[in-house]
Design a protein around this ligand. Structure first.
Ligand code: HEC
Ligand code: HEC
Length: 491
């Protein structure tokens, strides 16, 4: 109501053609992107760390304990505190929160202006080699997503427990290109190139493919987990039957619990079918902690890394013979399911108009064809707060060919080396600090490897199926482009 009045008044006071007014009625539910789970918060570093507004008092207690698990610093075994040991032997970070800083996105490694050699933290590097014929079959069946590098495994770990060897460091270099937009604005794009150096276990397979990825934001994941697979399948258009230049395919992945192939939805290539499995994979690959779905205590150590497989581990009877008990993974699930998507902030009257003009452009130039505005989550009696919520994540969770510029050229399951899952856009305007490192804190890091310092760079990297959209953004009048950014920042 209130908004409609604003728009009406505004259409009287601004007749300016540069301020196109949207004639769509703004759906008020869009102001609460997480439905009744959204909370009204300030734009600060805590913006992504609030529990869902719909939780009961008891649920909130589990959320709080889950938060402690997410922030827990794991230690190596043997240790006097069996509650927190089992770290490694190889690992990327000692806690979930070390990468998912403030529950927000991770940051690109190093300095974009000069080459650097670093131990990446909130970015990690996936590794694989081309499959042989038999392995191709297993990938097609969905039994395995890729063939890990024979010595280093599925992921490069930059840290090892005392007495062990870290696997390596990352050398990063950015090459710059300047792009001119209609109206004269020039945008610099930073194209990263990576090399793994200081290898701890000898040379890698000569055909190793690498995929560097930053940590994505943690908000609204329980809601995304509850979008029905049928809805996603219905959106997919692999042959582009509607002929809009945009196909969109579902990722197919193995659900380790049911043994079935399901729609993948988490990770930059949709590599995990649900939140529980994504969390367990993170414990295993990123921290070196075994749990029911990934039970081995040595994490990503391969048979070629015997020292690491033989190192002390943290399996204990207290945790059902594992490093992390069912109780612990349940708490992690409670926490990651219920991080609230902030309610959108309307800054002021004139900004509302800009935002609505930007929203219209967002639809007109095809952004919404992939960044699908809204869904209604499935009926889920076990989780009433996540059930039948009208949500506004701005993603279709499908894989799209994003062109050669963004390609990692490393296929994963049925996702090609050019495909990525549409990134959700909710919460973009809140963006908490991404790093504890003051030096790099001023830059934001968008896209799968954090290469884009701001939203316009992120958009201009879009290629492949999204090339036409990106071209349209270049052609927009400067004020229209600003409106598009105003809209994104209002999310
Ligand atoms: C070393 C850094 C790092 C650590 C530690 C880490 N993560 Fe992540 N996380 C990532 C990256 C990078 C991705 C993207 C993975 C991909 O594309 O497959 C990710 C993805 C996720 C996602 C999927 C989000 C989405 O939008 O698809 C969840 C959930 C998640 N992590 C939970 C956790 C939990 C729980 C822990 C602790 C047990 C953890 N992570 C530890 C870096 C990390
Ligand atoms: C063909 C599908 C498609 C279209 C069309 C599309 N996008 Fe995207 N968008 C994606 C995918 C996939 C990613 C993730 C790419 C990556 O990380 O490499 C993404 C990422 C983004 C990001 C960065 C999000 C993040 O968390 O880092 C922004 C911002 C964005 N898109 C905005 C837009 C806007 C604005 C438009 C319209 C001009 C648009 N997109 C059109 C698929 C699309």
């Amino acid at each position: 109501m209130f908004l409609n009045t604003l728009i009406l008044q505004a259409s009287i006071s601004f007749g300016d053609e540069n301020r196109p007014l949207s004639n769509e009625t703004l759906d008020l539910s869009a102001l609460f992107p997480g439905g009744t789970t959204s909370v009204s918060v300030k734009r600060n570093n805590n913006a992504f760390s609030h529990p869902s507004a719909a939780l009961t008092f008891e649920d909130k207690l589990d959320f709080k304990v889950g938060k402690a698990v997410f922030e827990k610093l794991w230690v190596s075994s043997p240790s006097s505190t069996t509650a927190s040991d089992g770290l490694g032997p190889l690992y990327n970070a000692r806690s979930c929160a070390r990468c998912h800083v403030n529950n927000g996105r991770g940051h690109a490694p190093g300095n974009k202006l000069e080459p650097s050699i670093i131990r990446p933290i909130s970015l990690f590097v996936r590794l694989s080699i081309p499959p042989n014929l038999q392995q191709i079959e297993s990938i097609d069946d969905g039994a395995i997503p890729f063939v890990p590098e024979p010595t280093y495994g599925a992921q490069l770990q930059g840290f090892a427990n005392p007495g062990g060897h870290a696997e390596g460091r990352l050398k990063v270099r950015y090459e710059t290109t300047m792009l001119s937009l209609n109206g004269g604005q020039v945008v610099t794009l930073y194209a990263p190139s990576y090399e793994v150096v200081a290898l701890g276990y000898g040379p890698m397979h000569p055909k190793t493919m690498i995929s560097p990825r930053v940590a994505p934001p943690m908000i609204g994941l329980g809601l995304l987990d509850n979008i029905s697979s049928q809805d996603l399948e219905a959106l997919a258009d692999p042959e582009d039957v509607d002929n809009n230049g945009i196909s969109g395919r579902t990722r197919r992945v193995l659900n380790r619990k049911t043994g079935k192939i399901e729609v993948g939805r988490f990770g930059w290539k949709g590599g995990a079918p649900n939140l529980e499995q994504q969390n367990a994979a993170a414990l295993f690959h990123d921290i070196g902690i075994g749990s029911a779905l990934f039970p081995e205590p040595w994490g990503d150590c391969t048979t070629a890394q015997q020292d690491c497989r033989a190192a002390p581990h943290g399996n204990t009877a207290r945790h059902e013979g594992l490093e992390a008990s069912k109780k612990l993974t349940q708490l992690l699930l409670d926490y990651t399911q219920h991080l609230s998507v902030p309610a959108r902030l309307e800054r002021n009257e004139s900004n509302n108009l800009d935002v609505r003009a930007g929203q219209k452009i967002f639809h007109e130039i095809g952004c919404a064809d992939c960044h699908r505005p809204s869904f209604i989550t499935r009926n889920n009696a076990d989780h009433p707060t996540l059930s039948e919520q009208t949500i506004w994540p701005y993603t279709d969770l499908l894989l799209h060919d994003m062109g050669p510029g963004l390609a990692d050229n490393r296929p994963e399951g049925n996702a090609t080396g050019r495909e990525w899952r549409t990134a959700p856009l909710w919460g973009l305007g809140f963006a908490p600090e991404q790093t504890l490192d003051k030096q790099t804190a001023q830059n934001k890091s968008y896209l799968h490897d954090g290469r884009a310092n701001n939203l316009i760079e992120a958009i201009l990297w879009h290629g492949g199926e999204a090339l036409a959209s990106a071209e349209s953004v270049k052609q927009l009048l400067p004020l229209q482009r600003q409106h598009l950014l105003d809209f994104l920042e209002s999310l």
